[in-house]
Design a protein around this ligand. Structure first.
Ligand code: ZN
Length: 217
C-alpha cells in the first residue's frame, strides 16, 4: 500500500500523479490539518484527490499543534521573513516528522507501507526536514518503531521546480497543476497567472513562478 502525503500544493500533487503512474499497489492520499492559516490548500487537496479518483482522508492534528504552540508563519499571523536561525519563518518545526509518523501509524494496520512525499531539497527554502539525511533517518526510525516494513519515497528530492513543471507537462497534467494546486503562502486565490493562482510575490509564489519561467521560457 502507498500513501501520498497530499497538501494541495504543486509538489505533493505532482508526487500523487507520479505515484499513480509508477506504483502498482493500492494508493491513498492523506491530508493533515495542523492549524494552517488558509483552508484553501485543504480544499484544493480534496478536489485534487476527487478529480484523480484517489481515496482521500483528512486527519486533524490541529489540537495537538495548537497545544504545542508551534511558532510558524504558516500557522500564525506573523511576518514571512528570514529568521536569525537562517530559516524562513514559514518553517514548521517538526512537521514532516509528525506527518510521516502519523501516516505510518495510519498505514500500520494495512500492512507494508510506502510513504510518498513531494519534497525537494534543491531550490526549496532550506527546511531541514526536506533533506535526504532526515528522510533516511525517519524511514529507519519508523521501521524500528513499528517493527514493520516502511519505505519513504521522495521521487523529486533532487529536482528543482523547473524539472517539476516539465514533468507535469510530459505526463499531460500541466493544466491540472496550474489550475488545481495551491502554493501561495498568503492564500491568494483570486489572481490567476500563467503558472497558477497566488499573490505573485511571496516566497512560495516566487519559486513556483521562477520554476515555470525556467521550464517554459
Ligand atoms: Zn503568494
Amino acid at each position: 500500500m502507498a500513501i501520498v502525503l497530499l497538501s494541495g500544493g504543486q509538489d505533493s500533487t505532482t508526487a500523487l500523479l507520479w505515484a499513480l503512474r509508477e506504483l502498482r499497489e493500492p494508493l491513498y492520499a492523506l491530508t493533515f490539518l495542523y492549524g494552517q492559516r488558509h483552508a484553501i490548500e485543504i480544499q484544493a487537496a480534496k478536489q485534487i484527490a476527487e478529480k484523480l479518483r484517489v481515496a482521500h482522508y483528512v486527519l486533524d492534528l490541529g489540537a495537538l499543534w495548537e497545544s504545542l504552540a508551534v511558532p510558524s508563519a504558516l500557522t500564525r499571523e506573523q511576518p514571512i521573513e528570514m529568521l536569525p536561525t537562517g530559516l524562513p519563518s514559514t518553517f514548521v518545526p517538526g512537521r514532516n516528522l509528525f506527518l510521516l509518523s502519523a501516516a505510518a501509524v495510519w498505514g500500520y494496520p494495512r500492512g507494508e507501507t510506502s510513504l510518498i512525499m513531494g519534497v525537494n531539497q534543491i531550490d526549496y527554502s532550506g527546511y531541514p526536514d526536506c533533506r535526504a539525511p532526515f528522510l533516511e533517518a525517519a524511514e529507519e526510525a519508523l521501521k524500528y518503531a513499528l517493527d514493520s516494513p516502511i519505505r519513504i519515497i521522495a521521487p523529486f528530492l533532487f529536482w528543482d521546480k523547473a524539472r517539476l513543471w516539465q514533468y507535469a507537462k510530459e505526463i499531460g497534467y500541466l493544466d491540472f497543476i496550474v489550475e488545481e494546486t495551491h502554493t501561495c503562502y498568503l492564500g491568494e486565490r483570486a489572481i490567476r497567472h500563467v503558472w497558477g493562482y497566488g499573490c505573485g510575490t511571496c516566497a512560495a509564489c516566487h519559486l513556483r513562478k521562477v520554476g515555470y519561467e525556467q521550464a517554459f521560457g
